[in-house]
Write a new protein. Structure first.
Length: 230
């Protein structure tokens, strides 16, 4: 009998019909069970919806275009899982990703958030963006990014939802709030996530906004920490 906790997999999608099928295939190839999969369509105008509806196990939600933070928050509110895993609609998981993360979190119940190592890979006929061309280690991802994250659902009651004020860095801002709230985190030292670069990634298109958002994050983090008791 399977007594493992339910994991909700949350995938926001916006005009990623070229990738969402492969992304969902990597979810349903997971060795971990039980899972529920929620896809929130953020107003796609391509045939993303048609592809997602070809997976009867998926819970599909549609909303007008409001951004990835709202899409993730809608799915979090609907999630039934004890743990929540995030995956971008153009990324891929290795089959044992959830098994390894949930096993670690069950063995270390004080840990509220885990990530994994990841690698970046280029879609065919895609050139590296200028800010990566001089980085010999551009393929390595050692920080926690959304597609690597598994979060105990109780963490959201402590940290809150994703902010709509950070169009590019909403995941980083959320992790900063989690850090300031002293949520224990752990990054599993194994490549279990593949992040696809294809030239229309949100972070790629809006790279110029990252610096201003970072200054804003630092200012808010300092303010939070100053309010904490000694």
């Amino acid at each position: 009998m399977n007594n493992l906790p339910l994991v909700t997999v949350i995938i926001p999608v916006y005009n990623y019909a070229n990738y969402i099928g492969a992304t969902l295939d990597s979810v349903f190839a997971q060795t971990y069970h039980p899972i529920e999969v929620i896809v929130v369509d953020d107003g796609s105008t391509d045939n993303s919806a048609e592809i997602v509806r070809g997976y009867p196990e998926v819970q599909y939600f549609y909303q007008s275009n409001q951004g990835v933070s709202v899409a993730r928050n809608v799915a979090i509110a609907a999630a039934k899982g004890e743990y929540i895993a995030f995956l971008d609609a153009d990324d891929l998981w290795k089959p044992d990703k959830l098994s390894l993360q949930i096993a670690y979190m069950l063995e270390n119940p004080h840990i509220g958030i885990t990530g994994t190592k990841a690698i970046n890979f280029l879609e065919s006929d895609t050139q590296l963006p200028p800010w990566l061309r001089d980085d010999p280690n551009w393929e390595e991802v050692t920080v926690i990014i959304p597609s690597t994250m598994v979060v105990h659902k109780s963490v959201f009651s402590q940290v809150g939802d994703f902010s709509v004020d950070y169009p590019v860095s909403q995941d980083t801002e959320w992790l900063w709030r989690a850090k300031d709230a002293k949520i224990p985190m752990f990054n599993i030292n194994e490549i279990l996530t593949l992040r696809r670069f294809h030239g229309s990634n949100l972070s790629w298109l809006m790279a110029g906004s990252c610096k201003s958002e970072m200054f804003k994050m630092i200012k808010q983090s300092i303010a939070r920490q100053s309010r904490q008791p000694e």
